[in-house]
Design a protein around this ligand. Sequence first.
Ligand code: 5GP
Ligand code: MG
Ligand code: MG
Length: 184
Amino acid sequence: MKNDIKEILISEEEVSVRIKELGKEITKDYKEKNLMVVGILKGAVVFMSELCKRIDLPIDMDFMSVSSYGKSSRSTGEVKIIKDLDDSVEGKDILIVEDIIDTGLTLSYLTDNLKKRGANSVKIITLLDKPGRRNIQVKVDYLGFEVPNEFIVGYGLDFSEMYRNLPYIAALKEEVYNDEILNK
Ligand code: 5GP
Ligand code: MG
Ligand code: MG
């Protein structure tokens, strides 16, 4: 697996330090609120579990699974909910947890969707941001790290369901994903 990695962009230690900082910030900001943390499956799972341990407040945790239709490079793509939340969001202060924002399509759809259901507030935390690829503007309230326009794996992020368990954040070698595409 290590042979497929082009470069480690963010080490295990760096991620851990940043998540502690974000946890402190969120603890301060949500003291008087009714925090519900919503993780987007599956990429956000590793980040969300580490983050929640650093939030010193009573919180609800839930998950959603979505899939994007059409090319993600198109701003008109559709988003479909595959797994919805278990409970109502009415009156809750929602914090959506994402692994990475690329075009912005997924988060722009989810933010609107949760607001329409009567959430008190909807904010976004993402571990990674690729700002160079944005098609739809979304307000990122909390950010772990900016990353270059590479294919990123590790810390929850996959390529063909692999590499999610890498403890660091890395760029995948181009030949790995090019090979996969050619073999299909
Ligand atoms: P968006 O709707 O912002 O274009 O899509 C974001 C989603 O695309 C992320 O949640 C993630 O699942 C996927 N994605 C975008 N860029 C990358 C990347 O570099 N690596 C991986 N593993 N997934 C990515
Ligand atoms: Mg995702
Ligand atoms: Mg994926």
